[in-house]
Design a protein around this ligand. Structure first.
Ligand SMILES: [Zn+2]
Length: 442
């Protein structure tokens, strides 16, 4: 009874928001963006002197012959190159381990930092990512007690600016997850939890998937092989089946070749990390359309990889590209690098792609259109096309010629609102004293 009253209340509130939105249409402000150059990552081409119209947060016209309506607000980016927003397919916005005090050991961070603090870190990290041009983030767990979902809700409801968040909720794994808790921690105090959602049996797996779906996850993340017992191919299939009932895809953390084989055999949506990758697996991923989120740490982020590990990562990325495995840009960024924002840490990962000699157009595809597909936003958000939600960024250089141009994002438009202009963040328009975009319960 209480539940149905609450649902009725939410529906009534949603109707009110819809009426307000309709009322807004009558006096809709048109924004006209003059783009000196406009990149289409799908074709790897660039067009000069384009006009992009935005109305009610969506693109309404794109082209060279577009007439700017009288009274439109004009944003002159004729000196810049406009392109769609970037995607990081694997980040942890509510986790920030650091040299002091925890010596970059995230096991300790999960003990030191309570979820409310981590949620505020996530809000800040999200803003830093948006300022660097990342308009969509898949946030893949290790976020305390659903701080990732809280971030998604806060951004969607209109409390703060930030990228579109695709949160996984808790990472589902066998006992211990990626940690090695002591018996006291695991059985009695449970202080390493809720970093992982333990599910060892089929019943527990079903319940864990349902818990994440109920609490607002938009993708399911599992530990395929974090422990020797791991998940079998059939158990991964069970996760996929159960997640599908809630309309969710499954990403597998994979760290062994055998784990990679089981994940691909089961038909998983995406694989995180390159530890379990081989040429054979890359070919299988290409044949089955399994997304690769390799999280390729660059050697320039000192202390976060080794030369031997980096060389292997570069070789594997090159091998994946040569064998046409579906590539996404992913960072696994979850630490503080003094002097860098979270966005600057993330964009540093292009160094690995450069080292693997991936063509700029393909790096850009991994960072844009492939990112929209792995995030499942491609029908509503991502491409600069009529009808899409209006997200775009602009840089002085041409990323098709010099991918490092992406390091200098001067302009960011999110949901049709200016977030960054002339290299300066202008987030005021995104802050509200209430859920102006409607109250989404989960
Ligand atoms: Zn990760």
């Amino acid at each position: 009874m209480r539940k149905s009253l609450r649902d009725e209340f939410i529906r009534a509130a949603a109707r009110g928001v819809a009426l307000l939105a309709l009322a807004g249409v009558a006096g809709a402000q048109v924004t006209a963006i003059k783009a000196g150059r406009l990149v289409d990552p799908a074709t790897g081409t660039i067009a000069a002197n384009q006009v992009i119209l935005v109305e009610n947060g969506k693109f309404t016209a794109v082209g060279s012959g577009v007439t700017i309506p009288a009274g439109a607000e004009i944003i002159d980016l004729s000196a810049l190159t406009v392109l769609p927003g970037l995607v990081d397919a694997h980040n942890h916005l509510a986790l920030t381990y650091k040299e002091m005090p925890e010596r970059n050991n995230y096991y300790i961070t999960s003990i030191l930092d309570p979820t409310p603090l981590r949620a505020i870190q996530a809000a800040s990290n999200g803003i830093q990512m948006l300022a660097a041009g990342f308009t969509i983030i898949r946030d893949m767990g290790n976020n305390g007690n659903y701080a990732d979902v809280a971030l998604r809700q806060a951004i969607e409801q209109g409390w703060i600016p930030g990228p579109t968040i695709i949160p996984s909720g808790l990472i589902i794994g066998g006992m211990g997850g990626q940690f090695s808790p002591t018996p006291e921690m695991a059985r009695d105090r449970r202080i390493v939890y809720p970093e992982y959602l333990e599910a060892d049996t089929p019943d527990e797996i079903v319940k864990a998937v349902r818990q994440n779906a109920l609490f607002g996850a938009r993708v399911i993340k599992i530990c395929v092989d974090c422990k020797p017992w791991g998940y079998t191919t059939d158990e991964i299939r069970l996760v996929i089946r159960e997640a599908a009932k809630a309309g969710l895809k499954v990403e597998g953390h994979v760290q062994t070749i055998d784990g990679g084989k089981r994940a691909v055999e089961a038909g998983i949506w995406s694989i995180a990390h390159d530890n379990g990758m081989t040429t054979e697996l890359h070919k299988a991923m290409a044949a089955k359309g399994v997304w690769r989120a390799g999280t390729e740490t660059p050697i320039s982020l000192t202390g976060h990889t080794t030369q031997v590990r980096f060389d292997r990562t570069v070789a594997l990325l090159r091998d994946a590209w040569e064998n046409k495995a579906p590539l996404t840009f992913s960072t696994d960024a979850d630490y503080y690098v003094p002097g860098k924002t979270r966005g600057e840490v993330a964009i540093e990962f292009i160094e690995t792609w450069k080292a693997a000699k991936i063509p700029n157009a393909d790096i850009l595809r991994a960072m844009t259109i492939n990112g929209y597909q792995v995030s499942e936003t491609e029908k509503v958000r991502g491409p600069i096309k009529v009808g899409m939600i209006a997200d775009l960024i602009a840089v002085p250089g041409n990323p098709l010629e010099q991918i490092d141009a992406l390091r200098d994002v001067q302009f960011v438009l999110k949901n049709g609102m200016v977030f960054k202009r002339g290299g300066v963040m202008l987030p005021a328009a995104f802050f509200h004293g209430g859920p102006v975009n409607g109250y989404n319960a989960r």
